[in-house]
Design a protein around this ligand. Structure first.
Ligand SMILES: Cc1cc2nc3c(=O)[nH]c(=O)nc-3n(C[C@H](O)[C@H](O)[C@H](O)COP(=O)(O)O)c2cc1C
Length: 235
């Protein structure tokens, strides 16, 4: 009996914790029988300003519950052993494929302090930020992610990882109980450590397998990206 009671207490506590954590998810059934003292009162984290809900590049689908958030840098970049000049960053192109296919809103992470245009200089800054565990400031208002059930998060690979400003984003929004799907463009590193890091910095998120496209191949990757992204489309 003692064992039963402690198992039951554990189950109720575990279920309550999950429900308390995921209470704002529209897909969560309300099966909670007994609120855990103190936790029922726990309020949701403060929502960001509503005007930040859709980004400057919103797809126009106001009812969308899918958000494609990304950081991407244009300018000089690495390309197959050489350099290339980009008017539009590779990850931004990939984000556009996903958003268009799913009718999603887009949010572009824009740094307060822009990274150097030159590839080598940018590499120096990016490495220093990694070493410093920096959280570079974001210029545009963070989106109100409470409106979304599914959030794609995209970035280039910088030194094997996400640019540190992506961590600023992940720590600045509440992605708990959301399905979060990473994607990257890269020069050979694939997803790098991005999925692991996203899981670590997006507390409580349900992080799914990500997808990586070589930056220089992104222009021809529309169909494969769309095929992949559509598996996450909401019913
Ligand atoms: C600062 C910096 C560091 C990079 N480090 C890597 C790396 O470690 N591995 C890799 O595969 N590509 C690396 N790249 C290449 C980019 O990941 C690749 O060009 C990507 O497609 C750029 O995406 P974007 O145009 O959206 O910024 C690096 C590029 C920059 C600018």
């Amino acid at each position: 009996m003692t064992q039963d009671m402690s198992r039951r207490a554990f189950c109720v506590a575990a279920a309550s914790t999950l429900l308390a954590a995921c209470g704002n998810n529209a897909q969560t059934e309300s099966t909670q029988e007994e609120p855990v003292e103190g936790e029922a009162e726990t309020s949701e984290p403060q929502k960001e300003e509503p005007e930040a809900t859709s980004a400057d590049q919103a797809s126009g689908t106001t009812t969308s519950k899918v958000l494609v958030a990304y950081y991407s840098r244009a300018d000089e970049n690495y390309a197959d052993g050489g350099k290339e000049w980009l008017e539009i960053g590779h990850t931004k192109v990939m984000a556009g494929y996903i958003a268009e296919a799913l009718g999603a809103d887009q949010y572009e992470i824009v740094p307060v302090e822009l990274y150097p245009e030159g590839y080598d200089d940018c590499c120096d800054v990016a490495l220093a930020e990694q070493h410093d565990d920096a959280r570079p400031a974001i210029a545009n208002a963070l989106p109100d992610v409470s409106a979304y059930d599914l959030v794609f998060i995209g970035c280039p690979i910088w030194w094997g990882e996400e640019p540190m400003i992506v961590r600023t984003f992940l720590e600045g929004v509440d992605l708990s109980c959301k399905v979060v799907v990473p994607f990257t463009t890269h020069g050979g590193s694939g997803l790098g450590s991005v999925p692991r890091n996203v899981a670590s910095f997006a507390a409580g998120a349900d992080v799914r397998d990500g997808y990586a496209v070589s930056g220089t191949a992104v222009d021809g990757a529309h169909d494969e990206v769309v095929d992949w992204a559509k598996q996450f489309a909401l019913a």
